[in-house]
Design a protein around this ligand. Structure first.
Ligand code: SAH
Ligand code: SF4
Ligand code: F3S
Length: 467
């Protein structure tokens, strides 16, 4: 991966020029891809002399890396911008500048509209142009209000700096790695195809190089990311066309890398090779996030998910046949336009049939510009709220049952961070549950053998068993 400063469309700023000692504060909303992007942005800015700070008051530059998926997520940004406007005003009195940038999916969706609604904002940067941040900042400094929401022709990944060793180490023993971006599926409720653009896969060599750098910096577990991660495809070094299964096979050869995960998958893109990877690769964790949204065929059709409930259940059976220990997680939307009580009962039935270890569920939120917004039969808020409560009740019971089923089991635990109590460490089970343990003799980054002794509502407890 290129270590050069971006030179394609902009004049590079000499490292440190006029920015030494400056600090950037990034607030990240939304999905893991935004978490990954925030880190890539601070890496880019670090090359330009910016230090990252966790203290808002210290910052010269604040970036809100935003999410547009539901109305609430998007509106949060404007209330935060109100607070930042006040901070900018107060600073101006002391003669100290504050630069405010909006990045991410709200930036892409609303563009210049953000400048109109929030005059304190200096720059608006869509997710495909992060590599141009230093140049944009330079323009903002000279008083221009900058909006860049074009889909760049150049591959931003070629121009974003690879994660730096020291910074990676500071971020911990697990890391995200975006392998695919964008979406061509156009589910009728969803903004992602509009905010992240068409599906693009990163090339194998670029991904392997980034994974190797992460592992060399101490990362033990990598989660491959994509809005549709299992739609990832690329030319393999063997000359063949590779899907995610082969990519996982290649990555699991990296020495020192202990665990692989991937998210988020679409049921239509679970191919045989990926299913077989769950059988063949000990490093691939037995956890699969496979959103279904609804159990009603009628609603699945209206959502343009392009599969039926029975096909989804059959798919899960096929994966469980090769990996019986698999934990399934999912996403659900209640109250999509036209959803009747009967449709909702179908969702509950599907949940009963599948048995989820974890799940995320949401009330349908109208997103401007999506086909769902134009549909008839919008469901009343109170009905959505009641359905959500019933669904979450069931999902939570399943999560507790899954956790209770872990008690007594021996598992490998990757220790990730200090626990709440002194002397405690918290790790993750293969099924992504947080597990608390007495740290004695172990360190963050170790993978230790433990026995699960108890299960709380959101985490497990374990004791080390050695060997
Ligand atoms: N690519 C993934 C989902 C990405 S968005 C997939 O196809 O499954 C993450 C989740 O947000 C979705 O699975 C869905 O459950 C939820 N979501 C998306 N748009 C929404 C909307 N308009 N209202 C409510 N929830 C929504
Ligand atoms: Fe959105 Fe559907 Fe694409 Fe997932 S597959 S990102 S839900 S359009
Ligand atoms: Fe949100 Fe964009 Fe992710 S809309 S969920 S931040 S892809």
């Amino acid at each position: 991966m290129s270590e050069q400063a971006p030179t394609l469309t902009v004049a590079p700023v000499a490292p440190g020029e006029a920015t030494a000692g400056r600090k950037v504060f990034v607030k990240t909303y939304g999905c893991q891809m935004n978490v990954y992007d925030s880190d890539r942005m601070t890496d880019t800015l670090a090359r330009d002399g910016y230090q990252t700070t966790d203290v808002l008051e210290e910052a010269d530059l604040v970036l809100l890396n935003t999410c547009h998926i539901r109305e609430k997520a998007a509106e949060k940004v404007y209330s935060e911008l109100g607070r930042l406007r006040d901070m900018k005003k107060a600073r101006a009195k002391d003669g100290r500048a504050l630069t405010i940038g909006v990045t991410g999916c709200v930036a892409q969706a609303e563009g210049a509209e953000i400048l109109r609604r929030a005059p304190a904002v200096d720059l608006v940067v869509g997710p495909q142009t992060y590599h141009r941040l230093p140049a944009m900042l330079k323009r903002a400094k000279s008083g221009e209000r900058v909006v860049e929401t074009e889909y760049a022709i150049e591959d931003k990944f070629e121009h974003l700096p690879a994660p730096d060793r020291a910074r990676t180490r500071a971020r911990g023993v697990t890391a995200f790695l975006t392998v695919q971006e964008g979406c061509d599926k156009f589910c009728t409720f969803c903004v992602v195809p509009y905010t992240r653009g068409a599906e693009v896969s990163r090339p194998v060599a670029q991904i392997v190089a980034e994974a190797e750098r992460l592992v060399a910096a101490g990362v033990r577990e990598i989660t491959l990311l994509g809005q549709n991660v299992n739609a990832w495809h690329g030319a393999g070094p063997d000359g063949g066309e590779w899907g995610l299964g082969n990519l996982l096979r290649r990555l699991s050869q990296i020495e020192g890398l202990a665990r692989l995960r991937y998210t988020t998958s679409h049921p239509r893109d679970m191919d045989e090779s990926l299913i077989a990877a769950h059988r063949d690769l000990p490093k691939l964790m037995p956890y699969l996030h496979l959103p279904v949204q609804t159990g009603s065929d009628r609603i699945l059709k209206a959502m343009n998910r392009r599969h039926t409930a029975a096909e989804y259940i059959a798919l899960i059976e096929r994966i469980r046949a090769v990996q019986p220990d698999l934990a399934i997680s999912g996403d659900f939307i209640v109250g999509f336009p036209g959803e009747t009580d009967e449709d909702f009962e179908d969702t509950l039935r599907l949940v009963e049939t599948v048995g989820y270890a974890q799940a995320f569920s949401f009330k349908y939120s109208i997103r401007p510009g999506t086909p769902g917004a134009q549909m008839d039969g919008h469901v009343a808020e109170a009905v959505k709220a009641e359905r959500l409560e019933r669904l979450q009740d069931l999902l939570f019971r399943q999560q507790r049952a899954f956790a209770a089923g872990c008690i007594g089991r021996g598992i490998d635990l990757l220790l990730e961070k200090p626990g709440r109590m002194p002397g405690q460490l918290v790790g993750r089970s293969p099924w992504l549950q947080p597990v608390n343990i007495d740290a004695k003799g172990s360190e963050i980054g170790d993978i230790i053998r433990v026995r699960i002794t108890d299960a709380g509502p959101n985490s497990l407890f374990a004791e080390a068993t050695g060997a």
